[in-house]
Write a protein that binds this ligand. Sequence first.
Ligand SMILES: [Zn+2]
Length: 561
Amino acid sequence: MATGRRDGGLYVLERGNSAFISVLKNKSLHASYDLWHARLGHVNHSILALLNKKGQLHLTSLLPSPKLCDTCQLAKNHRLPYTRNEHKSSNVLDLIHCDIWGPSPVKSNLGHNYYVLFIDDYSRFTWLYPLKLKSDFYDTFIQFQKFVENQYSSRIKNFQSDGGAEFTSNCFKTHLRTSGIHHQLSCPYTPAQNGRAERKHRHVTETGLALLFHSHTSPRFWVDGFSIAAYIINRLPAPLLKGKSPFELLYGSPPNYENFHPFGCRVYPCLRDYMPNKFSPQSIPCIFIGYSTSYKGFRCLDPSTSKIYITRHAQFDENYFPSLDTSQAQSMSSLQFSNFLEPTPPYPNMPASSPTPHSPHITQSGSNSCILYTDPVNEPMQMDNSITGSSLQHSDPSSTSLAPTEPTPPLPVAISQMSSHPMLTRAKAGIFKTRHPTNLAFLGSSSLLSTLLASVEPKGFKSAAKNPSWLAAMDEEVRALQNNHTWNLVPRPADTNIVGSKWVFRTKYLLDGSIDRLKAHLVVKGYTQIPGLDYTDTFSPCRTSENPRGVGWRFFSLCFA
Ligand SMILES: [Zn+2]
């Protein structure tokens, strides 16, 4: 296995000994199926099996535990369809796909409401930048462009986006023109043309939510969850890339999986140099929230002070998620998407380290160096797609920090007006033209968005009327009622209790969980009937296919507004 100098009764392995190094390396690569599943963002079975087969990691158990993974069921209860779109570009930066996600229903801990994805068509490598405002996109693109063109000694040649306002502004168009970049816009009503970015959004958000759910981390940390999701996805082999990862296509060698740890687990950063004296504790219990690009280390959140420590040297308890062990702990079943959706500020701080005893399963990780960086929580935490962990043969791109955003303009009117519902629509961001209603087909393939949609079925006419898709559904219902001659218009009888009606909105799903269609039902407000007067009368305006005309109702007043 290894050779070493004999010293007395001991065989001494030198630090530089390659066998010694490989033994150490392999140690952190050996872990159970379930632990690797968690470390790699709840990746599916075939990818883990592939990585194991290639020897890039070592599964100590080959099969997942027979129990379904709760987190996977919550966060991504469907299979991601693979695109039929062929892999066209032959070089890095030939084509960049781009799209903006948001507004997020929950503002991040650093005040971000959006993120933008840039995807290299050749490698599928993804860069994620959080944005406070959509108007920050322009500056972000300039930084991204400078960064990648410098790092990969190539120029962006084509830029693909939808027709969102931020992509069609004069200054952005002028910038693309003067940079010699061809702008490919997806045609209105055909979001599929921007499908690569849309699918990547889904993959990033689902993986990110899985990480948040699994660790019961506050949704305020969605930027960390999504950033680490992009980081993981860049390092996972993809069938479309013939089993290679985006990282491998970009850098020419496979990524190193040694320093992957489950998001949100307990971490003890080495704080030796930062403590006032030798009797001070050498570490404090923190929560692992990702990888730092700028400092090549682990980002460790101290929940009691909200400080983030960045260190290459840390001990991990990968089976302990501090957020679970608090009085605020929720069972998985109660942790639904609504936790992510309902911004009910102020959020409680991340729970402090719990006094509850637990048996630690500590693994040590990190290199010998102990480079520490302490910073307040407002360290710019954008894209974290890029470090390789502490072995770091590759200096992944690290993003340049986003400059502090300039004086913040007020939120676009559409957002502030419509923010009463948490639905994640472009309409909410004031974009009505290009997507509805055809984008429903696309939305349908996303379980995240399906869930978002389902959880925000409009409560009444007013909110539904703001969305062209629900308006269309109401149109359809009224047309069907009219076609069936469901009512006769009569003068309002004088001494009669008029039973009103209301709209009920439902999202209909296909078997695979995608959205079939949006359905609006006009129903009678039976609860307004008065005992002794009309309480026993039957009103059944609900049409069914077997009962197209409704049963036995005598009068019916329609109120549409
Ligand atoms: Zn899972």
